[in-house]
Design a protein around this ligand. Structure first.
Ligand code: PEP
Ligand code: MG
Length: 545
């Protein structure tokens, strides 16, 4: 058994023969004996042919995968008309190069320039430039482009794969894809995700794996060749769950979360970084209800810069395409600690300098984050959520800092959004002043994990206290009801984003309380949505708590 890891492009599980993809090489030299003018005329004719191919491909992709995927090939078409690219080819042809080699060399040059860019999105465009120039060179030199698949379905291993090559392969014979080079942001990666094709990149596979049995675990980011029986069985089970989930998605996609008696509630997903967004999109959640931004800090060696944070928030906001992304500001402290913060040791860290307290104490850290969030707001529907609030004063101080950041950015001419502001209700204090808070902000989000901890005075970190840990305790449930009522009185949206949101035994009670949104782990979204659509609240009285 041999294994290799890679970056996840698309989750899923595939089992089957591995086939190494080989691209036909453009000949090194071609002694055609043509003049530069003749070579240029050939290049122009090839471009016209490539344009026609792309039009046809666009039409097919639009039909099979939708408008967004088709747009990828419209961009390719535009690249064919790019003046800088055409000039580069013309210069090379004039200096004696054949049209095919000139097209390839210009493509490589532009691809290298894209690959060296700082922005991950622009870096990923290198693959598109290569794709277009290979298409033209392929036409000029009579190459077949990529490979085709015949016979049994396979897991394809390629050095890299262009969007055209991926679309040219017979989907019914393709179980999954691994590439050695490539980017999770490339258009080929986007297409793989749209096709729900298990895919990894950055995989160091061996040519000797060609023709051998393999399992591709797109969720775990691993490929294994010659798997043993135990692994095969485990993967088969994972695959079964995945396919079931896919069926559920098919059944629920785009449908509202309405009970049989017509009560509606939104179901969103909790994430800890941009890497989780794919899961959210796959669950067809209505938004990101909680982005635990502190994980960006916990995974780093030092404070993430404004640019780094902005890139992460923007990625999520863009991927959510207009659906709300609630970014919770830094909730460091208590059990979440990073050395570089140099936090003092505390006797009771859960009651210590954590979350909003830390942010209002170390304002430069907070402002960097707020600036990054405001800027990401220009690229999607972003909201700010303040953790561990116990007073109105904290909310007002945070709002002042937000306004300060907004003024600075305006001065700098930076693009920004106008994010809604919400607070987490996760302390009994916040519950008791829920009316005042609801009058002050756009939404309240109940963090039932901490709310349970602080209401019951049971340390959530202490495994010895498990039998005392009871999130369904009437005291906690009444706090949720109290908060929901306060929200309703003030026309302020109320969400639950703690673990209790996924507790199906309580969904009916939350609906009756008038909770507007439940935000749960991505894997819980679809089952919860199906559950809601099967509920009927007629006839049953209020829950007794
Ligand atoms: C909560 O406390 O319920 C919550 C959502 O926040 P965290 O679990 O990250 O503390
Ligand atoms: Mg919390």
């Amino acid at each position: 058994m041999e294994t290799a890891g890679g970056k996840i492009i698309q989750g899923g599980v595939a089992t089957g023969t591995l086939r190494v993809f080989r691209r036909a090489e453009v000949p090194d030299s071609r002694d055609a004996g043509l003049t530069p003018d003749q070579e240029w005329a050939r290049f122009e004719a090839a471009c016209a042919q490539a344009g026609a191919q792309l039009d046809e491909l666009c039409g097919r992709v639009r039909e099979e995968l939708g408008e967004e995927s088709a747009a990828i090939f419209e961009i390719h078409r535009m690249m064919l008309e790019d003046e800088d690219y055409l000039d580069a080819v013309r210069d090379a042809v004039r200096s004696g190069e054949t049209a095919g080699r000139a097209a390839l060399a210009a493509g490589e040059r532009f691809a290298a320039a894209f690959a060296a860019m700082e922005d991950a999105y622009m870096r990923a465009r290198a693959g598109d430039v290569r794709d277009v120039s290979r298409r033209v060179a392929g036409i000029l030199d009579g190459l077949e482009g990529g490979g085709t698949l015949s016979g049994e379905p396979v897991i394809l291993a390629a050095e890299d794969l262009t969007p055209s090559e991926l679309m040219q392969l017979d989907r019914s014979r393709l179980l999954g894809v691994i590439t050695r080079r490539g980017s999770v942001n490339s258009h080929a990666a986007i297409l793989a995700r749209t096709m729900n094709l298990p895919a990894l990149t950055g995989v160091d596979f061996r040519d000797g794996w060609d023709g051998r049995m393999a399992v591709l675990d797109g969720f775990g980011g691993r490929i294994c060749v010659d798997p043993d029986a135990g692994l095969l069985a485990a993967m088969e089970e994972k695959r079964r769950v995945w396919l079931e989930e896919a069926d559920l998605l098919q059944e629920l996609k785009g449908k509202p979360n309405i009970t049989l008696d017509g009560r509606g509630i939104e179901v969103c997903a909790n994430i800890s970084g941009p890497g989780d967004v794919d899961l959210v999109l796959r669950s067809d959640a209505q938004g990101v209800g909680l982005f635990r931004s502190e994980f960006l800090f916990l995974e780093a060696e030092d404070f993430p810069t404004e640019e780094e944070q902005f890139a992460a928030y923007r990625r999520v906001a863009e991927a959510m395409a207009g659906k709300r992304t609630v970014i919770r500001t830094l909730d460091i402290g208590a059990d979440k600690r990073a050395d570089y913060f140099r936090l003092e040791k505390e006797e009771n860290p859960a009651l210590g300098l954590r979350a909003i307290r830390l942010c209002l104490t170390r304002r430069e850290i907070f402002k960097t984050q707020l600036r990054a969030i405001l800027r990401a707001g220009a690229f999607g529907n972003v909201a700010v959520l303040l953790p561990m609030i116990i007073s109105l004063r904290e909310v007002r101080e945070a709002r002042e800092l937000l306004e300060e950041c907004r003024a600075e950015l305006r001065e700098e001419g930076a693009a920004m959004g106008t994010p809604e502001l919400g607070v987490m209700v996760e302390t009994p204090a916040a519950v008791m002043i829920a009316d005042e808070l609801a009058g002050e902000v756009d939404f309240l989000s109940l963090g039932t994990n901490d709310l349970t901890q602080y209401t019951l005075a049971v340390d959530r970190q202490n495994p010895g206290l498990e039998r005392f840990w009871d999130p369904r305790h009437p005291a906690v449930l009444r706090m949720i009801r109290h908060t929901a009522e306060a929200g309703r009185r003030h026309g302020c949206r109320v969400c639950i984003c703690g673990d209790l949101a996924a507790d199906r035994e309580l969904t009916a009670a939350f609906l009756r309380m008038g909770v507007d949104e439940l935000s749960v782990p991505p894997s819980a979204v679809l089952p919860l949505r199906r559950w809601i659509r099967g509920l009927d609240l007629r006839g049953e009285g209020e829950a007794a708590f």
